[in-house]
Design a protein around this ligand. Sequence first.
Ligand SMILES: Nc1ncnc2c1ncn2[C@@H]1O[C@H](COP(=O)(O)OP(=O)(O)OP(=O)(O)O)[C@@H](O)[C@H]1O
Ligand SMILES: [Mg+2]
Length: 262
Amino acid sequence: MTTTEPLIEVEDVGKTYGSVIALRDVSTVVNPGEVTCVLGDNGAGKSTLIKILAGVHQHDSGTFSFEGRPARFASPREALDAGIATVYQDLAVVPLMSVWRNFFLGSEPRITWGPFAMLDRRRGRTVAREALAEMGIDLRDVEQPVGTLSGGERQCVAIARAVHFGAKVLILDEPTAALGVKQAGVVLRYVAQARDRGLGVVLITHNPHHAYPVGNRFLLLKRGRSLGSYEKSKITLAELTQQMAGGAELEALEHELRAAQT
Ligand SMILES: Nc1ncnc2c1ncn2[C@@H]1O[C@H](COP(=O)(O)OP(=O)(O)OP(=O)(O)O)[C@@H](O)[C@H]1O
Ligand SMILES: [Mg+2]
């Protein structure tokens, strides 16, 4: 689709924790304006991969390039400064903090007055409300505590924050895992919006039905190894589901469960 250079390119990347091989020979790309989905069962290495991209861990084999240059981020702060924003599943939000303060998390607008600096609450509230509205998130009151938002709304605030602060890459670790069908749909709509604004999105999920509608590329992991990185035109939803479930294993399980019922 696009001929622009990838934002992120990983090639044969690997990572071990002591004697545990968490990731081995994994390759994929993240293009601007596209969603790369990372799928795999528990322990497949999904979080390990995104922690490398996000500067939490460093890879110990293969290459990782960001905007065409070899990258090795020493900390999440470094990755964020380079333009890679990560939303973790257990969102680092302070439940009692207001939505707008949480939106800024340390970069609130301030009024300076001689040597003094004061929070510019009015401006903060307005900017947060507008940024959220621009993404179609309509919150009654940005002064309400983040803890009163639903899980889906919190994910949406985190996505809007990354977009507002100019992230180039947005990484989401299982944003829909704990959500019902309707809320998952809402979060996926914001994922699509971030994509349409030109961000490269990395979406981690267990669920092929969440990945397929928004994804451009699907990286399948199993026990730390890659089962392939497919462009959407190269794989159907049925094949994706089959690959994820381990095909024959699922059929056997279905048979077993049906038999047990009667
Ligand atoms: N800090 C760590 N120290 C040792 N082993 C680890 C560490 N983090 C992950 N592992 C191991 O690496 C492997 C991959 O873990 P990872 O968290 O990347 O999987 P995942 O695909 O994100 O799984 P889940 O779907 O359960 O979140 C697992 O076997 C896990 O036990
Ligand atoms: Mg994980």
